[in-house]
Design a protein around this ligand. Structure first.
Ligand SMILES: Nc1ncnc2c1ncn2[C@@H]1O[C@H](COP(=O)(O)OP(=O)(O)OP(=O)(O)O)[C@@H](O)[C@H]1O
Ligand SMILES: [Mg+2]
Length: 281
């Protein structure tokens, strides 16, 4: 067990309040919710006795560490609440694998000015080209910047809104999805959009949401089908056109024209496996 430091002594060599003062300090820290400072108090006091920093630098060090911990917890809560479940980052993206992709454009997006401008973002491309990876990475970055982000696959978002029709919470759910500063609607074109008998249909629900957000907050979308196929996918060509019309107005468009990374990983695995097999006589 770590040895408790001896009673704090100030620069002049005077007793620094003693055990009672130390107990009061612990109670203050607990009351103020400065849990990191409380948990590390023994170490902090021991270090202060050893290094004897000035009062300003001691306070700055202690409160700086507490603030950093609080920020970290806040970002973790934002990421957890966003619905982004995979840890994807721009740093982990292999840009050399997708040489036609404009790396500078993503560096610019990572600054998140487009969210401040309420611009939309539409990324299209074939399966496995990294669309979801890139948007999850940008979503994570936005959480780190303390922005309110929500992420959902298109079918899950539509299912959530549909559930609201059954229990009378449709409007409330629609408003909730309209609130985030950045809403990521991933994988338009993937998964079966269920046929709705009751209004609004899937296409109408998505339209209502995009219309609510249009010009007020950023919506980022990925799609592995051509935008011209959205009508067929959503089951209503006219409403799909109205959605695209709004998205097109304020959207940054990126098309990833390249190979599938999934395919690449599968091929690498297969060749590693083949190389492991003992050579036939
Ligand atoms: N250039 C890349 N560098 C590193 N990992 C990549 C790259 N491109 C894709 N990946 C990884 O490959 C997998 C598939 O990528 P992702 O899910 O982003 O593809 P997608 O374009 O969204 O495909 P789909 O249209 O099928 O949804 C993920 O695990 C992702 O992290
Ligand atoms: Mg995807």
């Amino acid at each position: 067990m770590a040895k408790r430091p001896t009673r704090p002594v100030n620069d002049a060599g005077h007793d620094d309040g003693g055990d009672e003062s130390l107990e009061r300090l612990r109670r203050h820290l607990a009351f103020l919710g400065l849990t990191h400072t409380l948990d590390t108090l023994d170490d902090t006091l021991a270090r202060a006795l050893r290094e004897r920093p000035g009062p300003t630098s001691l306070l700055e060090r202690v409160l700086g560490a507490e603030a950093a911990r609080k920020l970290e917890q806040r970002v973790t809560r934002r990421i957890d609440g966003s619905g982004i479940r995979e840890h994807k980052t721009l740093e982990a993206f292999d840009w050399s694998f997708q040489p036609t992709l404009d790396k500078a454009a993503f560096a610019e997006l990572a600054h998140l000015d487009f969210v401040g401008r309420c611009d939309d973002l539409v990324i299209t491309g074939k399966s496995g080209t990294g669309k979801s990876h890139l948007l999850m990475a940008i979503g994570r970055r936005a959480c780190e910047h303390q922005l309110y982000v929500r992420y959902a696959r298109c079918v899950d978002l539509l299912d959530d809104l549909h559930a609201g029709l059954a229990d009378g919470t449709y409007e409330r759910r629609l408003k909730a999805w309209a609130r985030p500063a950045l809403l990521i609607i991933d994988d338009v074109g993937l998964g079966q959009v269920k046929k709705r008998d009751n209004e609004p249909t899937a296409a109408h629900a998505l339209f209502n949401l995009i219309d609510l957000r249009h010009g007020k907050a950023s919506t980022a979308v990925t799609s592995n089908i051509a935008l011209s196929d959205w009508g067929r996918y959503l089951g209503d060509a006219t409403v799909a056109m109205a959605i695209l019309d709004r998205l097109a107005m304020l959207a940054i468009r990126i098309d990833i024209d390249g190979p599938s990374y999934r395919q690449h990983v599968a091929e690498k695995r297969a060749s590693a496996k083949a190389n492991k097999k003992p050579a036939k006589e």
